[in-house]
Design a protein around this ligand. Structure first.
Ligand code: PMV
Length: 330
């Protein structure tokens, strides 16, 4: 009753921000992401045993904190209820990428957990059920159970049974597509995403405007992905990131994740697009100052050059779209 799975983090193009159900992690709107390649992976082993008295978890060699324990248990409980088993588990999860990679590991960690735990109990869950199991751990993780370009459908049901990810296009669809990350800080977020989302939903008036525009943003980005329309994609991705950071700023007290280096990058990407006479790159920022720049292979070096001029840059990481999770041992 043991299995190991590997999963990669995903980077949101349309950001999930705002929960209509905190426990089940149900969002107010759809989101879209790209799953990254396996140079960034969480590898998680789950072993269920009748001799275990409780669930125990080690993440990168350290005991999980209380919040992680709670979310891991929620995922295990979902899997145990599907398997109709009460067994407790021992979990060990490691990232092959350092915290200093500029990528959060929660999406890959919970996706690998869902896949390993269901395999360890010999369950044949559908991709949608695995996505739901991962979502219960960390919302954005529901997108990491699928490779390539992925949409998380917000769903309408109260129990979250229709809130899961679906593939838009696989990892081979857009070969020239690159994600160049400019690492500005490895420090933990100033405000956790749960608390930040809650504050935005409760206090930002602009958030209603964001929700009203969301169906148009989702269909526009989806179309740009399917048609590999790079210029439209980059432009919509930047506008979406700017919308997210506007509602954060409109929250009270304001939530500010971007810093001077992030703002310099924003200005330089616009300058580059202007010099080129077309949109050759687009930035996106999550809940932190690190810049993720979407571009095509032929412009990768220009983007690296642009980032290398930024004060306070700690490193650069380049990713391509990657596959969904894999079982690595039975
Ligand atoms: O799943 P969480 O709670 O880590 O929230 C992720 C929120 C963002 O990274 C900012 C956006 C997203 O869709 O990944």
């Amino acid at each position: 009753m043991k299995a190991t799975a590997a999963a990669s983090p995903n980077l949101a193009i349309i950001k999930y921000w705002g929960k209509r159900d905190e426990l089940l992690k149900l969002p107010y709107h759809d989101s879209i992401s790209v799953t990254l390649d396996k140079s960034l992976r969480s590898i998680t082993t789950v072993e269920f045993s009748p001799t275990n008295k409780e669930d125990t978890m080690t993440l990168d060699g350290k005991a999980a904190d209380e919040k992680e324990k709670k979310n891991i248990r929620l995922v295990l409980d979902y899997i145990r209820s599907k398997a109709k088993k009460e067994l407790k588990a021992t979990i060990k999860s490691e990232n092959n990428f350092p915290k200093a990679s500029g990528m959060a590991s929660s999406s890959s960690g919970y996706a690998a957990l869902a896949v390993a735990a269901s395999k360890a109990l010999d369950l044949q869950l559908t991709q949608q059920e695995l996505s739901i199991a991962a979502r219960i751990g960390s919302g954005s993780a529901c997108r990491s159970v699928i490779g390539g370009f992925v949409q998380w459908k917000k769903g309408n049901e109260k129990d979250g049974s229709d809130s899961h990810a679906l593939q838009i296009a696989d990892e081979n669809h857009w070969e020239e597509f690159r994600i160049v990350t400019g690492i500005i800080s490895n420090a933990p977020k100033l405000i956790g995403s749960t608390e930040g989302m809650k504050r935005t939903v409760e206090t930002s008036r602009l958030y209603q405007e964001r929700l009203a525009n969301m169906p148009g943003t989702v269909s526009g980005i989806k179309k740009a992905i399917i048609e590999k329309d790079a210029e439209t994609f980059f432009e919509l991705a930047m506008k979406e990131s700017n919308s997210l950071h506007s509602v954060m700023m409109d929250s009270y007290p304001p939530i500010i994740y971007l810093n001077d280096s992030s703002r310099q990058i924003i200005a330089k990407v616009h300058q580059l697009n202007e010099t080129e006479g077309k949109t050759v790159a687009g930035y996106t920022f999550d809940a932190g100052p690190n810049a993720h720049i979407f571009t095509l292979a032929k412009n990768e070096n220009d983007i690296k050059g642009l980032l290398n001029e930024i004060e306070g840059l700690k490193g650069i990481n380049v990713s391509v779209p990657g596959k969904g999770p894999e079982i690595i041992h039975d």
